[in-house]
Design a protein around this ligand. Structure first.
Ligand SMILES: Cc1cc2nc3c(=O)[nH]c(=O)nc-3n(C[C@H](O)[C@H](O)[C@H](O)COP(=O)(O)OP(=O)(O)OC[C@H]3O[C@@H](n4cnc5c(N)ncnc54)[C@H](O)[C@@H]3O)c2cc1C
Ligand code: SF4
Length: 325
């Protein structure tokens, strides 16, 4: 591992933001430290943010605020998350292991990097790790790779489960930028790879995530987080679906569907969801929604199976949400 400078940030450091530009933040370290050990990330300076006062989960009249430094475990088991946002509870608990969830933070979960094997293997070309070097996955072994929103430069997926639920819930992210707070809708946090796969997200250097805001509507009656993976635990999603419904007299009043494991960001299309409001909550309509949501999906060989799989997963997740067990 390359030597680096280590500092521990206090709240006083946050007022002089210029000092943060060239710094990589360390939260739980469960992703960053692995990447440093593999030589994928080589920061000169690390700022440990673990002491900052952003580890609270607070209820407000208009929703819930999850501190960026609250652990994934504390978040999943918080009574308000369990009762009001069960899709988030289920998504977080489907991830990693209990040891990791006790250490991993919410901010770190949002900004964790892809699990593309070639990204981790410094002997292989990878435009995300080394811009301009090529993409070994496009013609390589791409079983875990994206089928939507890909580019000729990168077909990586975003690996988070939590983010898929946060996308469905239409969370907002509070960011400290140059001493001021900026609030970004969740769907603007992550980006598609385009010609710049080295950029995972739309944050700027020095931006610090402080909170995640959940709106009041938590879809606690009709929800599902369906994660399909090679092993029942301790495995990333091949495909996942966060499905939330509001139904009245058999008709869809609101529907949210976000997909994981299929794109460089959680995949959700508001315009497709809108089309189904007022329609009957039926398997036929769920199939139609699935077709529209993944329109244009493209496989790259070993990941072709994801196209029929994700269609079936969407329909199953919506039916499970409609008829919770
Ligand atoms: C074996 C293994 C299995 C896993 N399985 C799953 C799984 O099934 N599903 C899943 O979703 N995840 C899984 N994970 C990933 C895990 O959830 C993430 O590693 C974890 O959430 C990252 O959080 P952290 O606090 O450790 O982040 P760190 O590793 O400390 O940081 C990650 C990145 O976020 C940045 N960062 C952290 N906090 C902030 C902040 N507040 N503001 C700005 N930048 C910040 C850091 O600079 C770094 O770039 C797995 C991880 C491992 C090691
Ligand atoms: S898919 Fe993206 S992360 Fe993976 S090798 Fe290609 S450029 Fe790198």
């Amino acid at each position: 591992m390359k030597p680096f400078e280590y500092t521990r940030l206090s709240t006083d450091d946050l007022s002089s933001d210029t000092a943060l530009y060239d710094t990589t933040f360390l939260a739980g370290g469960t992703n960053l430290v692995d990447l440093m050990k593999y030589g994928v990330e080589k920061p000169d300076a690390i700022a440990d943010i673990g002491q900052l006062p952003y580890d609270q989960i607070e209820e407000f009249a208009d929703g819930l605020r999850l501190g960026a430094l609250a652990t994934n475990a504390d978040t999943a088991y918080h009574p308000a998350v369990k009762n009001k946002y069960p899709v988030l509870n289920k998504a977080i608990l489907s991830a990693a292991s209990s040891q990791l969830r006790n250490r991993a933070t919410n901010g770190g979960n949002l900004l964790q990097r892809t699990r593309c094997y070639y990204f981790y293997d410094t002997a292989m070309p990878c435009n995300k790790r080394e811009p301009g070097s090529g993409c070994a996955a496009i013609k390589g072994f791409n079983r875990i790779h994206a089928i939507l929103g890909t580019s000729a430069s990168c077909i990586a997926t975003h690996p988070s489960d939590m983010c898929v639920a946060l996308a469905a819930l239409e969370a907002k992210v509070h960011i400290l930028r140059k001493g001021a707070t900026l609030v970004m809708p969740f769907d603007q946090i992550h980006r598609l790879p385009g010609e710049h796969p080295e950029k995972d997200h739309n944050l700027e250097p020095g931006d610090l995530i402080t909170h995640i805001e959940l709106p009041n509507e938590g879809f606690s009656q009709n929800f599902e987080y369906l994660k399909i993976r090679d092993r029942e635990s301790y495995a990333f999603a091949l495909v996942s679906v966060a499905a939330c419904l509001k139904v009245s007299a058999g008709k869809i009043e609101d529907v949210r569907v976000a997909l994981g494991g299929v794109a460089h960001k959680p995949w959700k299309l508001k315009e497709v969801e809108h089309e189904f409001i007022g329609k009957e909550a039926s398997t036929e309509n769920f199939k139609s929604l699935a077709e529209k949501l993944i329109k244009g999906a493209q496989g790259f060989g070993t990941n072709n199976f994801k196209i029929p799989l994700v269609k079936r997963a969407i329909v199953r997740a919506l039916n499970n949400a409609l008829n919770p067990s």
